[in-house]
Design a protein around this ligand. Structure first.
Ligand code: FNR
Length: 397
């Protein structure tokens, strides 16, 4: 079995995304766990992404012939064995050394996409070599425009077919956990950070052995990096979109969209797909849950325009819910970093199997045998996802 969901998993400890997070947290320094799990402000948006999913209910259907089920789908002209993939994330090798390669191998093995971030700890060329056509590239426009265009050219040259332009980070937000921990790339190692690393020796020694991760696409010959994490990324404006559309011959996907007006303008500008996301709540703490924005954007762009979705997906049922609310494809961020942090490549494989099995079982319960037939009809009729918005705790503590 590769893509075929099975009850088997090589991991004897990971049975859910929550397991992966708990296990990863034990092995990773607190500063790393917080960088991954943290979000903007009081982390209300991050929590809301998940609680809104929980409030959506699916209608069980009985006595359908669902013994055989398929999760295969097609997106932007490419066939995938599963309807989900790995979202772009910077510095994945912080979660565990070799994370990018583990993601690439899993993407190939299970035939799902893996998105390489501009701020990745592996190069554009390396990822394309490891994951072949399953590799997508994500672009930030920080610093001089020429720098971004150079990355685009490299991606084109390396053979990437899908380019994601992320537009919801005009400026990196204040993330309280990172500020408290003194999180910086490259690391600033004071007493607090030293103790943190020393008390997580397996991570620290492996990282030391493999070399501290750095934004690989920005390496300067002779040492140093051109990457400035704090620089404005507002260069990704409407004029840049027009320019990029002319240059980039492959599929162009705009990520970080939650407004219907923006979505319609992006569609008119000739983007091939929109990636509905609120960056996992890492940018605007008062942002609506991404899953609430999704059906509105589906309505605004029409039934056939490709929509990708992420933010708050934690299990296979969430994947099916997102598809029912208008997505064609679903990505997950943090769960993959937790999985690799928990058990390396084995953890990543376990997560994919769990999500696939879970999604397949959700199909069975809702009376379907093909993921491509998921529609709003499987949602409980007339439901309005309403949840308590008040936070019982300070999530950033
Ligand atoms: C991200 N995300 C992100 N997005 C992007 O377009 N480029 C990037 O470099 C990053 N970097 C990044 C780092 C880390 C540690 C995380 C957790 C996230 C956002 C990511 O692509 C995705 O939108 C969210 O992670 C989705 O939310 P969930 O699945 O984490 O809830």
């Amino acid at each position: 079995m590769t893509a075929n969901p099975s009850l088997r998993s090589d991991s004897r400890r990971i049975f859910s995304t929550e397991d992966a997070m708990r296990l990863a947290q034990r092995r990773q320094p607190q500063l790393v766990h917080d960088f991954i799990e943290g979000a903007a402000g009081r982390e209300v948006a991050s929590l809301r992404n998940q609680t809104r999913f929980d409030a959506i209910t699916l209608q069980p259907r009985v006595m359908a012939d669902v013994a055989e089920r398929s999760l295969k789908t097609t997106l932007l002209g490419q066939d995938y064995d599963l309807p989900f993939g790995i979202a772009p994330m910077g510095m994945c090798n912080l979660a565990w050394p070799g994370a990018d390669q583990a993601f690439a191998a899993a993407a190939q093995g299970y035939n799902i996409p893996v998105c390489l971030s501009t701020a990745a700890s592996s190069s554009i060329e390396e990822m394309r070599g490891w994951a072949d056509e399953n590799a997508w590239f994500q672009l930030y426009v920080g610093g001089p425009i020429e720098q971004a265009l150079d990355l685009v050219q490299r991606a084109q040259h390396a053979g990437y077919k899908n380019l994601i332009l992320t537009v919801d980070v005009p400026q990196v937000s204040r993330r309280v956990r990172d500020l408290r921990n003194g999180f910086q790339v490259p690391f600033r190692i004071g007493v607090k950070q030293f103790l943190d690393f020393a008390t997580h020796p397996q991570w620290a020694l492996t990282t030391l052995l493999k070399g501290a991760p750095e934004p690989k696409n920005f390496k300067v010959e002779g040492g140093g990096s051109k990457f400035d994490r704090g620089a404005s990324r507002a260069g990704a404006d409407w004029a840049f979109l027009d320019r990029l559309r002319e240059i980039w011959k492959g599929n162009l996907i705009l990520k970080g969209v939650s407004s219907t007006e923006d979505a319609q303008r992006i569609q008119r500008a000739g983007a091939d797909a929109i990636y509905v996301s609120n960056h996992g709540g890492r940018q605007l703490d008062s942002a609506p849950a991404a899953i609430d924005a999704l059906p509105k954007i589906r309505e605004a762009v029409g039934p056939d325009y490709p929509l990708i979705f992420d933010s708050g997906v934690r299990n296979g049922e969430d994947i099916i819910k997102a598809l029912a609310l208008g997505a064609d494809f679903v990505m997950l961020g943090r769960p993959f970093l937790h999985a690799v942090g928990a058990e390396g490549a084995r953890g990543v494989n376990a997560l994919i199997r769990i999500l696939a099995e879970d999604a397949s079982l959700a199909l069975a319960q809702t009376g379907l045998n093909d993921v491509r037939t998921v529609s709003p009809q499987i949602l409980v009729a007339g439901q309005q996802p309403v949840v308590q918005e008040s936070l019982p705790h300070d999530a950033t503590k």
